[in-house]
Design a protein around this ligand. Structure first.
Ligand SMILES: Cc1cc2nc3c(=O)[nH]c(=O)nc-3n(C[C@H](O)[C@H](O)[C@H](O)COP(=O)(O)OP(=O)(O)OC[C@H]3O[C@@H](n4cnc5c(N)ncnc54)[C@H](O)[C@@H]3O)c2cc1C
Length: 462
């Protein structure tokens, strides 16, 4: 199936409905309101999921402080002037300006992919977890980039407490109570800190598990964690985590995790049923499947105006794009590379604004501008009422940093609707006890009916 672009209509194809995709489309809706109404411009947003994920809230979703529904923003609701297509862009032929999209329906019916012609391309597929060839990792590793992974991990951790509480086998109990996180960036540290906090609270309700029975281990290959908040605050975060009995191992790597045993480069071995891999991200593999120019790390080479370098009608930003950081010190010599904007939400959101303005100007024939934003710093939560921050030169720790983390992200999460819901949840959480139930059975909703119908696991056994 093919959908052709008409000569009278400028079709903008936005690949990815994450930070960059959603914010760019939101702004295009406003900037090109008239053209969209008249039908002279069409914006198509493609994403495999019908929602944008506010990733900084994933650790809190895993801890149960925010419901999964409120961590995501429904694309169709916020982008009524755009066409939202739920599918995956599998190929882009920019010379011919055509993209191939595999939709859910195409997968089910075997109808084949859709080919969409476009005039302007916004390529924003973000990044994927950077998995290394560690033996056993592909079999047992758990990622932490999506809301499904965050909720799955929450259910898994609570499920391990149930296993530990109900087994008589000390080896099973020990492995169930050992939680290994690899990677000390904000995803890994926040996920570990929030989940440890939740698990420590949850074990009050287990008659045979004490908080000190659990082992929480953070493995980081470099000599510091949370580089985003600077060295001093990073060292504070290590002290704070260690004071909570969390085993932070710096300059240590995961060598193998075969047969559910985490083998570390310092010689230690931990039998574990939980291995969370948050050791960095790499650009989305779809970029390599285009003929667009990439840098040595696989990010799209972009100009400061967020155009793909040397390519007309192609734009990019966010984790997928190598955008020169115009606010960084100029390179020392002519052979030195220019510093790039780091892959984070702060740049993604601000770049989207400039990208949409420039794209709207290109459609209307106006001037385009360069993107320049000096990094404001970062905030990170280390569990309920604990945090660390380094923003605009100010360093905060403990409760003030945690409070700042909440205020900052509440101001940033898209739509008033989501802000109100998240605030209501935080308020209610302050009044009532934490939710500590595992809904792991959600992953197999047909189990009960299969039992009733006589086709379930239990029936097979009997
Ligand atoms: C747990 C966690 C916590 C974080 N916390 C912070 C923080 O506190 N502060 C901060 O600044 N940054 C944070 N980040 C980083 C931040 O979320 C990313 O830098 C940001 O999401 C990048 O935006 P993006 O639009 O480039 O990618 P994304 O937001 O990841 O969006 C990419 C989108 O493209 C879609 N897509 C992928 N492939 C295709 C395809 N083939 N076809 C169509 N669509 C596709 C994906 O489904 C996704 O929706 C965090 C990240 C994680 C994982």
């Amino acid at each position: 199936m093919k959908t052709e672009s008409s000569e009278d209509v400028t079709r903008i194809l936005v690949v990815g409905g994450g930070y960059v995709g959603m914010y760019t489309a939101l702004r295009l809706q406003r900037k090109l309101k008239q053209e969209l109404r008249q039908g002279t411009v069409e914006v198509i947003v493609v994403d495999p999921e019908p929602y944008m994920t506010y990733q900084p809230f994933l650790p809190e979703a895993a801890a149960g402080s925010i419901s999964p529904r409120h961590v995501v923003v429904p694309l169709r609701r916020v982008l009524p002037q755009c066409k939202v297509v739920i599918g995956e862009v599998t190929a882009i032929d920019h010379e011919d300006r055509r993209a191939t999209i595999t939709t859910l329906a195409a997968e089910e019916t075997g109808d084949g992919a859709i080919e969409v012609a476009y005039d302007e391309l916004v390529l924003a597929p973000g990044s994927v977890s950077r998995a290394l060839p560690v033996p056993g990792l592909a079999d047992v590793g758990i990622g932490f980039k999506t809301v499904e992974e965050a909720i799955g991990l929450r259910n898994h951790v609570l499920g391990q407490l149930d296993i530990a509480s109900s087994t008589r086998d000390p080896a099973v109990r020990d492995a169930a109570l050992t939680f290994v996180f690899v990677g000390g960036g904000y995803a890994g540290v926040e996920a570990l800190a929030e989940l440890e906090d939740m698990a420590r609270y949850a074990v009050r309700y287990y008659h045979n598990i004490q908080p000190e029975d659990m082992k929480w281990i953070l493995v980081e290959a470099t000599n510091r964690i949370l580089p985003e908040v600077g060295p001093e605050m990073g060292r504070y975060a290590v002290r704070e985590l260690r004071a909570r009995n969390i085993d932070v191992r710096l300059e240590t790597r995961l060598d193998s995790c075969e047969k559910h045993v985490a083998q570390l480069s310092d010689g230690s071995r931990f039998p574990t049923r939980t291995l969370v891999w948050t050791a960095g991200v790499k650009p989305h593999p779809i970029l390599a499947a285009t003929k667009l120019p990439l840098n040595g790390h696989g990010r799209l080479l972009c100009t400061p105006a967020l155009q793909v370098d040397g390519v007309e009608h192609a734009w990019s930003a966010g984790d997928a794009a190598a955008v020169p950081d115009l606010t960084a010190e100029p390179p020392a010599g002519p052979d030195q590379p220019r510093a790039l904007c780091a892959p984070n939400a702060q740049h993604a959101v601000r770049q989207s604004k400039v990208l949409a303005e420039n794209l709207a100007a290109a459609v209307r024939g106006g001037p385009i501008v360069d993107y320049a934003h000096s990094y404001a710093g970062s905030v990170a939560s280390l569990g309920l009422h604990k945090g660390v921050a380094h923003v605009y030169g100010r360093k905060l720790k403990g409760y003030p940093a945690w409070f700042m983390h909440r205020v900052y992200h509440l101001s940033r999460v898209p739509t008033f609707n989501r802000k109100a819901r998240v605030l209501a949840e935080w308020t209610l959480a302050g009044l009532f006890k934490r939710e500590i139930v595992s809904l792991g059975s959600l992953e197999n909703p047909r189990a009960e009916f299969e039992l009733a119908a006589g086709t379930g696991r239990h029936n097979e056994a009997s």
